[in-house]
Design a protein around this ligand. Structure first.
Ligand code: DAT
Ligand code: MG
Length: 151
């Protein structure tokens, strides 16, 4: 049980449907720590880099069109076991297979409109937040946590 970071992205449909607050709230209530947040129009090249593992899939062009179709909310969340836990909170890739109580299970129907992305491993979490030069450049806003000391 290690402190990890995961990259969570609310996809264009989630932003357009006004689900940003609800989705952020799920991770906040679980107890994870928000360490970075940005509303961002993803350029095509960055979307292709983000999903490069899926390059050979037939749905790849549609996936890129979808992700670049409107602003996304890019977030970094930190906590013990946050990568796997966030994947559980998000639910299965196909929302019709996602359990009720999960984000995709409750809020989505189509795989191609599944509202939210979450890193699938601590390594990819790190890559998606830190190691990817383009993402870091655009994400840019990750700030060290601020400690408020009273008294
Ligand atoms: P996940 O987002 O659950 O990690 P993934 O990494 O396998 O799933 O795929 C990334 C995204 O690509 C997924 O959220 C939606 C899209 N996608 C995956 N499989 C698909 C398919 N069979 N048809 C259409 N879109 C698909
Ligand atoms: Mg994935």
């Amino acid at each position: 049980e290690e402190v990890e970071e995961t990259y969570i992205m609310i996809k264009p449909d989630g932003v357009q449907r006004g689900l940003v607050g609800e989705i952020i709230s799920i991770f906040e209530k679980k107890g994870f720590k928000l360490t970075g947040l940005k509303l961002f129009q993803c350029p095509k090249e960055l979307a292709e880099e983000h999903y490069k593992d899926l390059q050979s899939k037939s749905f790849f062009p549609k996936l890129i069109d979808y992700i670049t179709s409107g602003p996304v909310v890019c977030m970094a969340w930190e906590g013990i076991g946050v990568v796997a836990s966030a994947r559980k909170l998000i639910g299965a890739t196909n929302p019709l297979n996602a359990e009720p109580g999960t984000i995709r299970g409750d809020l989505a129907v189509q795989t191609g409109r599944n509202v939210v992305h979450g890193s699938d491993s601590p390594e990819n979490g790190k890559r998606e937040i830190d190691d990817n030069t383009a993402l870091r450049l655009h994400f840019g806003v990750i700030t060290p946590s601020v400690e408020i000391v009273i008294g």
